[in-house]
Design a protein around this ligand. Structure first.
Ligand code: CAA
Length: 381
């Protein structure tokens, strides 16, 4: 792996960093308090190319690759994890349609996602009783003439109330994983009912809703890929998505570390800055070491993706390690801040809350271990 960034990767990182620090970070605390999805930011993210970092320019993307995407996500997450998850899911939907869509689907939907016209994308796979095991999902799609009719319920759908473009999984036949198909559904389609906004521990300005499909009719041409191919599409999308969440975890952890260093240099106890004591210094040393390891795993997975090498296992390793690191680091950051870590005057309590879901969504830590073991048995057996 080449550890030097290319000019394009550096440019994307700098663009994302500037926007994240100047435009997003100052809003983060208020957005979290108000649980407000920052719609206005998404148009600007589209203009900067950050909603389609790994999408061809022809469809409005930056055509900058997976490493650039990971770097951009790290910067956005360091400013605001909520904004970064909506950015991640939008990029993931755009990549999926770009990879498996027809030319007409790419022209119509990828461009809407990358430009911000759709505001955001949603990835509607999970259901109330089927999260880790998407092969058990029950939402159905039935072909009727030139249409598909979708019925069922989805749960935990990121940006669901705002998304102009959704990818939705539904069962088109009864045969387990092989009976799933994937569809493109436009926000506002009749029969698509947006449920209540979930009151979450963290990522409070990211919108998370349930969706209900009641005889929701979409055109036949909105099938993405072929009938019965849906499970594979979900897995391919999640391989890339896990690099996004690993990057998010690195970004949040880095923000928590930076806040901690600044605090321990300033805060005095027993006659000196607490950062002069060995206990806090060793904590900072461990935090930094673990974050760098997480970043390297994440960039390796992204680099392999750019090189068109198989990266399923490496994406899961990055997601597992980065999300668990982020939780450890944010926990230490709260500890280093003492009582101030527990109130919203300092950002670390938000980082701590935002980090928690990272070991859960886009595949729990336990699912990542299943994938890593499965792939290791294949590759090493
Ligand atoms: N790429 C391509 N194909 C893949 C694949 C991959 N990464 N992983 C599996 N497949 C294929 C397999 O080769 C297999 O194909 P065949 O049947 O032709 O042999 C098929 O898919 C089934 O594979 P498995 O038998 O391994 O499937 P499984 O049912 O045992 O499940 C699992 C494996 C890893 C647990 C998988 O179900 C999984 O990843 N679950 C977690 C789902 C998840 O991450 N959900 C998150 C929701 S989205 C979200 O959170 C987004 C958000 O808004 C933030």
């Amino acid at each position: 792996m080449n550890l030097e960034l290319t000019e394009t990767q550096t440019l994307i990182r700098e663009t994302a960093r500037k926007f994240a620090r100047e435009r997003v970070a100052p809003l983060a605390r208020e957005l979290d308090r108000q649980e407000r999805f920052p719609t206005e930011i998404f148009k600007e993210l589209g203009e900067l190319g950050l909603l389609g970092v790994n999408i061809p320019a022809k469809y409005g993307g930056s055509e900058a690759g997976a490493v650039s995407y990971a770097l951009a996500m790290m910067e956005m997450a360091a400013a605001d994890a909520s904004t970064s998850v909506a950015m991640a899911v939008t990029n993931m939907c755009a990549e999926l349609i770009n990879a498996f869509g027809t030319e007409a689907q790419r022209e119509k939907y990828v461009t809407r996602l990358t430009s911000g016209e759709a505001v955001a994308g949603s990835f509607a796979l999970s259901e109330p009783h089927a999260g880790s095991d998407p092969g058990a999902l029950l939402t159905s799609a039935v072909r009727r003439g030139d249409s598909w009719v979708i019925n069922g319920s989805k749960q935990w759908i990121t940006s669901g109330a705002h998304a102009g473009v959704m990818v939705v999984w539904a069962r088109t036949s009864a045969t387990g994983n092989k009976g799933l198909s994937c569809f493109i559904v436009e926000g506002g389609t009749q029969g698509l009912i947006i449920g209540r906004h979930e009151d979450k521990m963290g990522l409070r300005s990211s919108n998370t809703v349930a969706l209900t499909f009641e005889d929701c009719v979409i055109p036949a041409e909105n099938l993405l890929g072929s009938e019965g191919q849906g499970f594979r599409l979900a897995m391919v999308a999640l391989d890339g998505g896990r690099i996004g969440i690993a990057s998010q975890a690195c970004g949040v952890a880095r923000a928590a570390l930076e806040a901690s260093v600044s605090y321990v240099k300033d805060r005095k106890a027993f006659g000196q800055a607490i950062g002069e004591f060995q206990g806090p210094r060793f904590m900072i040393a461990d935090m930094k070491t673990q974050i760098d390891a997480a970043e390297l795993l994440t960039l390796r997975a992204a680099y392999m993706k750019d090189q068109k090498q198989p990266f399923t296992r490496e994406a899961s390793m990055a997601k597992l390690f980065a999300s668990e690191t982020s939780n450890r680091v944010c926990d230490k950051a709260v500890q280093l801040h003492g009582g101030y870590g527990y109130i919203d005057e300092f950002p670390v309590e938000r980082y701590f809350r935002d980090a928690r879901v990272q070991t859960i969504y886009e595949g729990t830590s336990e699912v990542q271990r299943m994938v890593i073991a499965r792939e290791s048995f294949k590759l090493l057996g």
